[in-house]
Design a protein around this ligand. Structure first.
Ligand code: URA
Length: 304
């Protein structure tokens, strides 16, 4: 049971959307779920990602799938469990023959998910991660903005263009790294303009999809861009100050996680000190993934 509880809830909801109404479950797992039925989502700082799905031998219980989700279900982190419903069904095998196959399946599940789609403005899109599936560096932002929900691609607006420049300064292209967001939709606002940070509940709802992307890519380093991404990945902490923890290594499911400023913060605070801070964080990331760093790059921060 390495996955966080929210991952399981979403996975079950995805299966239910696909018409699977009961799943077989081992006794010990059933007891675990029962014990955690009403417990809130926890985001431990460095648990391990789970091993791949195991075969369905010895499965001897069935579990009722969660009820159809809607807006009101977002806050629900509990699952309706009921013992012994029907005779055993066979467990769908979630073993993919390649990373690409797993990623495409996940992308399809996200983009077709009615619970996510209901938050998207008419004519706009959900946004799923992009990049190399063997990327060593996984950049994680908070949520799509106006440009992203039009194109359905993360980080393509002004902040995204700055992120692309930072990546280029590292000697990489967008295609060589992975870029994702905690959130898959642009958080709703009263007006069509302006952005708001996602709530903790909204982030918890989308987080399992981000976790699954991390699991597919298995990056050497995750870069959390800004305070909201940090809250989504490491859990909310009202006393946390991004300026105090940036440049330090943390861990997300055992993967080293570097905290740095969000590019939109850089756009608003376009000072040499802020640019230097972000660049120093990127140098640490480059060192961590064993990239060769030129003298020019070591002195490059002032040019970003
Ligand atoms: N800001 C983010 O955090 N993500 C995007 O995709 C765009 C802007």
């Amino acid at each position: 049971m390495g996955y966080p509880f929210c991952f399981l809830i979403n996975a079950l909801q995805d299966m239910k959307n696909d018409g699977i109404l009961t799943v077989p479950i081992r006794d010990e797992h059933f007891s675990f779920l029962k014990a955690h039925e009403a417990s809130p989502l926890k985001s431990p700082s460095s648990p391990q990602l789970s091993p791949k799905t195991t075969a369905n031998a010895d499965l001897n219980r069935t579990m009722v799938m969660p009820t159809a989700s809607g807006k009101a279900d977002i806050s629900s982190s509990s699952i309706q469990l009921q013992e012994k419903i029907t005779a055993s069904h066979s467990m769908p095998q979630s073993v993919f023959s390649s990373k690409r196959e797993h990623w495409e399946d996940l992308r399809r599940r996200v983009l077709n998910n009615e619970s996510l789609k209901m938050h998207v403005r008419p004519g706009k899109s959900l946004v799923f991660g992009v990049g190399h599936l063997d990327a060593k560096i996984f950049f994680c932002g908070e949520a799509p903005g106006a440009d992203e929900e039009i194109q359905g691609i993360p980080f393509v607006g002004r902040a995204g263009q700055l992120l692309t420049k930072i990546i280029a300064a590292m000697g990489l292209s967008r295609e060589e790294v992975y870029i994702g967001n905690i959130m898959n939709w642009r958080p709703e606002t009263e007006t069509l303009t302006g952005n708001r940070p996602p709530t903790q509940e909204e982030m918890q709802f989308c987080l399992p999809y981000l976790i699954e992307q991390v699991e597919i890519v298995q990056p050497k380093v995750i870069v959390a861009l800004g305070a909201t991404a940090v809250s989504g990945l490491l859990g909310y902490d009202r006393n946390r100050k991004i300026g105090a923890i940036r440049g330090q290594w943390h861990a997300f499911y055992g993967i080293p996680l570097m905290v740095t400023f969000h590019p939109s913060y850089l756009l608003r605070n376009n000072t040499n000190a802020t640019k230097r801070a972000v660049w120093e964080d990127m140098l640490k990331v480059m060192e961590k993934v064993d990239m060769v760093i030129s003298e020019k790059q070591r002195k490059y921060f002032s040019k970003i």
